[in-house]
Each structure stands twice: as C-alpha cells, then as structure tokens.
Ligand binder design. Sequence first.
Ligand code: FES
Length: 383
Amino acid sequence: MTDFAEAQAAQDAATIGPPLWLLAEVTYRCPLHCVYCYNPVDFAKHEAELSTEEWFKVLREARELGSVQCGFSGGEPMLRDDLELLVAEAHRLGYYTNLLTSGVGLNEKRIDALKEAGLDHIQLSFQDSSREMNDFLSSTRTFDLKRRAATLIKSRGYPMVMNCTIHRHNIDHIEAILQLADEIEAEYVELANTQYYGWAQVNRDQLLPSREQLECAERITNEWREKHGNKMKLFFVVPDYYENRPKKCMNGWGNIFLTITPDGKALPCHTARMLPGLEFPDVRTSSVREIWYESEGFNRYRGTGWMKEPCSSCPEKEKDYGGCRCQAYMVANDPNAADPVCDKSPFHHKIVEAVERAQIPGNPQQVKPLIYRGPKESLQLDR
Ligand code: FES
C-alpha cells in the first residue's frame, strides 16, 4: 500500500464500523425446494464453492477487521463435509457461531462433532406445523426428520431458535406452529413473514397473505405471549408490503452485515448480486479489508450521499437509509430509487396493487402454481 492509501484506509476504518455480522453462505446446494427461498433465482449458475482453506482465509480476515458473530447458512450448510472444520476455526478465532439449518443431515455423529468444534447456537427451520404442509412447501418428506433434529439439538443442551417463514399458505396455522415450538422446547420462535426476494419474489402473488390473515396471526401471537409469558421469546416480523415506510434494510448498506456467497462473492445483503451496474468483489482476489472499505460494491449505497428525491430531502433518511436497494430494483427497476414500500415513492402503487390482489379470497396457487426452488427451475428462470 502507498502512504496515501494507508492514510485513506485508516480514515475509512475510523468512520466506517467493522462488519460485525459475517454470514457464511457455504453452499447453495439444498435437499429442500422451498417456494420462498431467499437464495438468488440464478443460484445454479454459481456452483464453484470456496474450498476449506479459502473459507479459513475469510474467517481470519473478517475477524481481524472486527467481526464477532458468524452465521453458517446456505442452501443447507450440513451438506458441506467440512462444516465442523469451519465451525472449529471460527470458534478458535473467537466468533460467536450460529448454524442455520433445515435439520436435514443432522445426526448424532455430526451434532457431537459440531458441539466439539464449539458451535454456540442453532436455528432450525420448519415450513409449517403439519407434516402435510411442511412437506408440500419444501417438496420433500422432511417433517419427521426435523422433529428428530429438534430432539437432538435439545439433547445436546443447545439454545434453539425455531424459524418458520410465514405466508398465505401457513399463516392461518400460527396457533399450531406455536404449539409445535412449545413441544420441541424452542427458546426463541421467529415467525418471519416472507419478504419478497429470490424465490419468494417469483411466487409473490401466491404467497402474500391478506390483511385479515395478518391481523389475526398477530393477535394470536400476542395472546400467546400474554398467556404463556416469556417461556419462549416470540418474534413476529411483519411483511414490509403492509408498511408505508421502508425497513432499514440490513441495518444500512455496508454497515454491519457482510455476506459471502458459496462461490466467494462478498455482498452487503443476500441478493445484491442482481443489481445492475455494480461489481462485487471476490474473496479469492481481494482481502476482506479491501472489500469492506474500498470496493465500489460496498461504498455505492453507504450512508445517504447516493440518494435522489424523494429520499434526499426526507427527514427520515437517516432512519431508514431509503429502504432496500434490491426491492427498489425489483419493483421500480432502479436501484437508486426510494424503496417502493415507502408511500412517498412514485412506484408505491405497485406495492399497493400487489396488496390489493392479496385481499381477493381463495388460493392463488390454483390460478398460478407455485414454482419450487431447484437447479432446473433456476436455469429455466435465468433464461
Ligand atoms: Fe439487498 Fe435490501 S436485500 S439491500
């Protein structure tokens, strides 16, 4: 580095905080075919996974920069044979480690190895409370297997988050989902209403719940809280289509989140790779420091300097940073636009129209079938 570059890097490090949260998407391979998967629709094009050594380099460099939490996700991270090695290295470096899994592939041998490696926390996903719907939504027979995974997780003394992505097809089962969480002794329950990215965006009109469904689900969740107290911590995440101000996506672009894709691209969020006119760096050729502080991909939408109207004069711009760049691109076809969830956006009507369609009673899946996530579908949709 030249003196000037060194001085610049020191100044950047002083004003831009570190990537506290590292998300290691170790593979796009997955035995499930969830219709709302947040992986990019074209995932099948990006097959060349990072090696164990390359992941070690990422873990080391991000930790040196100040990362403290490392999530291992996918796809299904259990499909990586070296997952235990990666967890052990992250643990050795001092990360708090978290595994986000469907439970497929978690058996006695592997959970013991993960425990031995120092894994701190496990998030187990279910698609629904019933075998029929769980298996329908993932196009697999995995419900019983997930129940067994939950038993294994508890038997090794892990705190467990049960995650269930909520949408039109399972939102009326909230009570039963909470019952299931209670039965498997989850400490935390994430009732995460689908946000419309990746495969969920492809299936958006079939997945968006009606307002009545949403209000009912929220009421049941609140009643459960009142009745059962704090035994399980419940998080109910409202879909932003039903808001009129956007979310502070990823807590701000390039602010605390760093996602590394299976093939080594460094991204500020899971789906940024689709944004036009933006190159994202590769961990094979750039250090995490260069990626975080110097790359165009991470600097383009940092802060508020990139904004145009209505964001640039909005008194809430420091609060939501203009919302989500990916949603702006998907709905308004312009990643520099205000997130169309915001009712100040000239494209807000597109969100309103989708929400209005969701109020029509019936099952939109009968009009337009759901598309399941899979490599064949990925290549077809990409064309
Ligand atoms: Fe990419 Fe919101 S998901 S910026």
